[in-house]
Design a protein around this ligand. Sequence first.
Ligand code: RP5
Length: 171
Amino acid sequence: MSNNQVAKPEQNPEVGIIMGSDSDLPTMKEAIAVCEEFEVRWEVAIVSAHRTPKRMVEYAQSAHDRGIKVIIAGAGGAAHLPGMVAALTPLPVIGVPVATRHLGGMDSLYSIVQMPGGIPVATVAIGNAKNAGLLAVQILATHDQTLLEKVQQYRQALSQSVLHKQEKLEH
Ligand code: RP5
């Protein structure tokens, strides 16, 4: 996939991947790649808290009824999208702080991570949409044995890759 292209979204998505702007896509496509890797059905949408507030409310309020089980929301700057969506849905929301030109994403991080008690957003590191995708997969895997086994295989491969690097260091 190039920076401004994504693979075709699937029917009956379980993971909703949303972002405040198409400029977030180069970051957020890592979450899409994880869903593809684990064969989890996903959809993607540009939903801005500031520029399309009504669309954001509609998206958040309909997601559960449409069968979405987890929402990944990425935004940069005054990044209200994840928190506002979390306030409008009973679904778990994972927030991705997108890196910004002026403040490097610290603004996005603080905007997303500092939710007041009662409305949580599971916030990953700045730019780490990959972990957001993995967390979504792990949430789905709590009720899906096949997916759980894929997560375990992924972890084993991760460990193996570290051991392989160690071996290369030693030879
Ligand atoms: C936010 O404003 C978006 O999430 C994006 O990270 C940032 C900048 O948006 P653009 O000006 O690039 O559209 O709402």
